[in-house]
Design a protein around this ligand. Structure first.
Ligand SMILES: Cc1ncc(COP(=O)(O)O)c(C=O)c1O
Length: 571
């Protein structure tokens, strides 16, 4: 915005015109919800044309005609010095948001060439012209949007780009084959994607429609108010809005895909685990959209304090059990030892897998860790790449909170793939809790994905599948291991990690600051990413380094108000 404003003001001053004293930025932010209001101040400097080649009335007429029925007001003036013509144009158009960019660029491009006459040969100022048009559109009110027709058509799978690939899963060497059990329990298409050697995987049209119905593409925001509060001069912070999904988190991205494939394969009931409750709600929603049922095993420590989320899942038609539960042999065995057992994500996975075996029309859906989940979540980073291009910026560091790794992977891996393909430079930072600092303190070794050992062994940074973890409010981060893909990239030095204390005061303080400045109430898990973004920005500022930071907002906090009440003070 400010560079645009600068070019506008410079242009006016050069023409000897007064610079309007109205608040340019607040003018830009006005506009009806369904339309975008653009002011495009332009300064064209044509060094290579005789003055008479540019006809101002023709330009004015052409722009008005080209923009058809759009409201269009502008003023033009020229001034000339030897060999140089300067045109300062200011115009404003109300343009429907959807699909507007391509259309308007075409109009303006045509108008530009027409105005310059047939003798015109494209030169570098054309680039400047087009850049200004696009720039003006996307910088509107710090919200960077993609129209639905720009929703990516393929998911990205980073595995083929990782040097040496990732170590394959292994059988533990005792009991039944865990691979065979997975084939029986999992959605067939998801298992295929789990082993896929393709970098790009088609998103079925029906899933794209469901994504659009669920509000994708999601906006990217520049956190200008947070930057101002932090007094940043060198660092820029952007955030991606996965909290805007129907159930309030990124989990919907894979839930819709898994439910769709399960439906195509004739399954009736989706069985799953959930920690924070976000994944259970997302799958309940996706199942409901596709006419299926869901059974959710929910970590008891969280189940007990989130009755609203439980009710939401039930409204979608799901059955929800506190885990450990009396529905499985494993759950019963734990309850016998400790009737108040708080549970863990690993235990809930074990229960879900066991429960799936009890009927043929059930299928197990996992909300994190596995390759296919990270593939579906790549939609987050793929959209973000396009959004950054449209504002001509690029992140130096991408940050996500990390429990099992699905939102971090989703936002980071498309960027990281470009790093591996030598197309960009960027760092990646996972924000964790000291309750489960798997990347920070874990060992890189083979381990089970669940507590009872029903899954194959996977090569991961792990704290041990039987480790007990301190309960925290941001329970989605309380998982013993990080996804095999993220772990492999960490072992090769591409991923940094930080863990915040289990009292969660630092992260909820960041969440409150984010609420006060940007206005959004975010999940405790996402607050870890925001804390890390603030810390990175402050460090860059102290060192006097330019830094562009992208943080993923993995979820909203509307059903986490009780957590806020215990962590945040208000007057
Ligand atoms: C809002 C939110 N963010 C982040 C996570 C962490 O999961 P993952 O690391 O798979 O993204 C969860 C998990 O439940 C969550 O609910």
């Amino acid at each position: 915005m400010s560079s645009l404003k600068l070019s506008f003001e410079t242009g006016r001053k050069k023409l000897g015109q007064p610079v309007p004293d109205s608040n340019f930025e607040s003018e830009l932010n006005r506009g009806a919800p369904q339309t975008m209001q653009w002011y495009v101040p332009l300064m064209w400097l044509f060094q290579y044309f005789p003055v008479k080649a540019i006809s101002v009335p023709l330009l004015k007429q052409t722009l008005t005609d080209s923009l058809e029925s759009l409201a269009f007001n502008f003023s033009l003036s020229t001034s000339s010095s030897i060999g140089t013509t300067l045109i300062d144009a200011e115009y404003k158009a109300n343009v429907p948001t959807s699909g507007a960019r391509a259309k308007t660029c075409r109009w303006l491009d045509a108008a530009h060439c027409l105005a310059l006459g047939s003798s015109h040969r494209p030169n570098r100022f054309d680039g400047l012209f087009m850049y200004n048009c696009v720039h003006a559109r996307v910088m509107k009110s710090d919200q960077i949007v993609l129209p639905p027709e720009d929703l990516p058509k393929k998911w990205y799978n980073i595995v083929p780009d990782i040097p040496g690939g990732i170590p394959p899963p292994k059988e533990p060497g005792d009991g039944e084959s865990r691979m065979d059990a997975l084939k029986r329990r999992m959605v067939g298409e998801c298992l295929k994607q789990e082993m896929s050697g393709s970098s790009w995987i088609d998103i079925p049209e029906e899933v794209r429609d469901l994504y659009i119905h669920a509000g994708r593409p999601r906006p990217l925001y520049r956190a200008r108010r947070l930057e101002q509060r932090l007094g940043l001069k060198k660092a820029r912070i952007y955030y991606k809005r996965e909290d805007l999904s129907p159930t309030g988190s990124h989990k919907v991205n894979t839930a819709l895909a898994q439910a769709y494939y399960a439906m195509k394969e004739g399954k009736m009931t989706l069985v799953t685990e959930t920690g924070a409750g976000q994944w259970g709600t997302a799958l309940s929603y996706a199942a409901s959209m596709l006419g299926l049922k869901t059974v959710v095993f929910w970590v008891r420590a969280v189940y007990d304090w989130k009755p609203e989320r439980k009710f939401l899942m039930q409204m979608y038609g799901s059955r929800v059990y506190a885990s450990p539960s009396d529905q499985t042999t494993f759950g019963k065995s734990l309850l016998t030892k400790d009737p108040e057992h708080p549970g863990s994500l690993g235990i809930a996975v074990s229960e879900g897998l066991e429960y799936t075996d009890l009927a043929a029309d059930r299928v197990y859906c996992l909300g994190s860790v596995l390759n296919h989940v990270l593939i579906h979540q790549s939609i987050i980073g793929l959209e973000s790449i396009e959004q950054f291009k449209s504002v001509n910026d690029s992140p130096d560091v991408v940050i996500g909170c990390l429990g099992g790794g699905s939102n971090f992977g989703g936002v980071a891996l498309p960027f990281l793939g470009e790093v591996l393909r030598k197309k960009r430079k960027c760092e990646f930072l996972a924000a964790q809790s000291e309750a489960a600092p798997n990347l920070v303190k874990g060992e890189y070794r083979y381990d089970f994905g669940d507590t009872a050992g029903h899954t194959p062994l996977m090569m991961m940074y792990t704290l041990g599948h039987e480790t007990s973890m301190t309960p925290i409010k941001s329970d989605g981060l309380r998982y013993h291991a990080a996804a095999p893909i993220i772990s492999a990239l960490r072992s090769q030095g591409y991923v940094r990690a930080v863990a915040y204390p289990t009292d969660e005061l630092l992260v909820f303080e960041a969440a409150k600051l984010f609420l006060e400045t940007e206005g959004w109430l975010i999940a405790g898990e996402s607050a870890h990413a925001v804390r890390a973004a603030i810390d990175e920005a402050r460090r860059a500022e102290q060192k006097g380094e330019e830094k562009c930071i992208l943080a993923n907002i993995s979820g909203h906090g509307f059903l986490d108000i009780d957590a806020y009440k215990t962590k945040v003070k208000v007057d």
